[in-house]
Design a protein around this ligand. Structure first.
Ligand code: S3P
Ligand code: PEP
Length: 442
């Protein structure tokens, strides 16, 4: 498929309509792996069909599992009862953190020989803390080129469970997620995972624990840093729940909620709401702090413009440690706010699809915003007047980062048409993003 070099869109003044959200990436990839490891058949509905879930489905097939083609967002997985049929495989994980990290841990428990690699950026994204955690139970993992980064090689090893496995939580929560999902496979006795230092992105751990519970494994948390995995009672630890319906993606919702605020609305997202298990629904609270008018039901959220007398959003200072993905949307929404917006607790942006703090700062400046960045924060001040907005001829660069492309679509509500380069990178989690965007803006 050929990819678009750029799109030019806007300027728009109004956003109105409703969007059925694609399935959550975080839930989809966890559900695929747990369904593969379980005994029994699992029918997954509303599964995300995008680059990140395609690499997971393909890898599971390479590992000998039956994973159906996706028709109408439904995918049927025949579980293997904890032991992958294929003992030797070379797996390409694209740039999907939710695929490579949990799969690495599950494969390290398999007594097989595996190699995992990805796109060049994946080879710059850290995996050391996970490898260090897995080595504590005897896993044999080596780095193929740079220490601490994929590609990695897993060799067959005797796994021996200790009472405690320690893992750092301040670079990515996905390392803890990976250990949580994999260790039950080998837990001949109960094992405690202890998080050393700060645990960022904690709501993603809640997603992990809730999905593990759906597949029959209950982890207890005696305190904020400890997770107790129960002793395994049979060979097949995970049991299929039969069917599992994936919620809409709360991070994908953030773009449309922001549009409802800056484009007067009403814009309604269908698929996430007050019943959601995703931490990124808290984006709605952040947007409300900025002055957006928000209502919600169990599985929908709606934004109807701004409640402030000024008719504009207001800047906020917010700790975004728990909502790293949706926080990017706040940084671009800040273009439409009076006063500064400062987002703290976002150091992890630097090790994601790109260095997101540097990329965000550079591209916001191209539009005339005043931006300050630090190791773990960004501060954004909107252009003062319409006349102060800049219209960069070279366009907004997206750095092969889906969220850069989706966030910057909001800037088409500035006074000028906007050119966004390489917009097809949205395929990582939301292939239809720009079509859905076009359907609500005018
Ligand atoms: O576990 C998950 O599903 C995710 C955790 C977060 O990563 P970090 O824990 O690295 O912040 C988030 O940014 C990512 O998009 C999805
Ligand atoms: C950080 C992200 O992805 P990944 O799951 O690859 O970490 C993201 O989707 O914003």
């Amino acid at each position: 498929m050929s990819s678009l070099p750029s799109i030019t869109t806007g300027p728009f003044a109004r956003a109105q309509g409703s969007i059925v959200l694609p399935g959550s990436k975080s839930i989809s990839n966890r559900a695929l792996l747990l369904a593969a490891l379980a005994s029994g058949t699992t029918t997954l509905s509303n599964l995300l069909d995008a680059d990140d879930t395609q690499v997971m489905r393909k890898a599971l097939r390479q590992l000998g599992l039956s994973v159906s083609d996706q028709a109408n967002q439904v995918c049927v997985v025949e579980g293997c009862g904890g032991r992958f049929p294929v003992r030797d495989a070379d797996l390409f994980m694209g740039n999907a953190g939710t695929a490579i990290r949990p799969l690495t841990a599950a494969l390290a428990m398999q007594s097989g020989n595996y190699r995992l690699s990805g796109v060049p950026r994946m080879h710059e994204r850290p995996i050391r803390d996970l490898v260090d955690g897995l080595r504590q139970v005897g896993a044999d993992i080596t780095y193929e080129s740079q220490e601490g980064y994929p590609p990695i090689k897993i060799a067959s090893a005797d796994i021996a469970i200790h009472d405690v496995v320690k893992v750092r939580g301040d670079v990515s929560s996905q390392f803890l997620t990976a250990l949580l999902m994999a260790l039950p496979l080998v837990a001949k006795k109960s094992v405690k995972i202890e998080v050393i230092g700060e645990l960022i992105s904690r709501p993603y751990i809640e997603i992990t624990l809730k999905l593990m519970a759906r597949f029959g494994v209950l982890v207890s948390c005696p305190d904020a840093q400890s997770f107790i995995i129960p002793e395994k009672k049979s060979d097949a630890v995970y049991q299929s729940p039969g069917t599992l319906s994936v919620e809409g993606d709360a991070s994908s919702a953030s773009y449309f909620l922001a549009l409802g605020a800056i484009g007067a609305g009403p814009v309604r997202v269908l698929g996430v709401g007050s019943n959601s298990i995703q931490g990124d629904v808290a984006f709605a609270d952040a947007l409300s702090l900025m002055g957006a008018q928000i209502t919600a039901g169990e599985d929908w959220i709606e934004v109807t413009g701004v409640k402030n007398a000024s008719g504009k959003l207001n800047g906020i200072t917010l700790d975004c440690t728990e909502i790293p993905d949706a926080a990017m949307t706040l940084a671009v929404a800040a273009l439409f706010a009076e006063g500064k917006t400062r987002l703290n607790g976002i150091a992890s942006w630097r090790v994601k699809e790109t260095d997101r703090i540097a990329a965000m700062a550079k591209e916001l400046k191209k539009l005339g915003a005043i931006v300050e960045e630090g190791p773990d924060y960004i501060e954004v001040q909107a252009p003062k007047n319409h006349a102060d907005w800049l219209s960069p001829l070279e366009g907004i660069d997206t750095y092969d980062d889906h969220r850069m492309a989706m966030c910057f679509s909001l800037a088409a509500f500035g006074p000028n048409a906007l050119k966004i380069n390489e917009p097809d990178c949205v395929a990582k989690t939301f292939p239809a993003y720009f079509a859905q965007f076009a359907a609500v803006v005018s």
